[in-house]
Write a protein that binds this ligand. Sequence first.
Ligand SMILES: [Zn+2]
Length: 149
Amino acid sequence: MKEYTLDEIGSIVRPTMGDNIPLVFYRILRIIGMRRILGESSGATLYMMGKQVGGMLDAQNIDEFRQRIIEMKVGVPELEVVDEDHVLVKLYECITCAGFSYTGEMFCDMESGIIAGMLEKVYGRKAKSTQTKSWSMGYNYCEFEVLLY
Ligand SMILES: [Zn+2]
């Protein structure tokens, strides 16, 4: 199976449609489509997918980390360095869950993976991200605890 680059998939010729899609369409694919097909393994699979994509976004420092996430409209990140091995990322306006009512489960696994993948590049260390808050748990932002090891 051929692997495509960001340049290849970023070449968009849609003279009348442009390069934006309604966010609700993305959420249909992401929250309904992928979860239904992948079932119980959807969390782990989406996290791994996000991690690969996060690495491809190639942020070299915290400023680029913030810029890329905003450019891709994943959300508005706020990063707090807790100690040398722990970083806390709050994600406002999360692409997947912002506006969700309480469901009692968290499902921003792809965003979690994207954050981990990007921070691996930034810090040059392995990163594992765990989601700890989301709109669907009653907060008005998403939060991810990232362990660097
Ligand atoms: Zn979220």
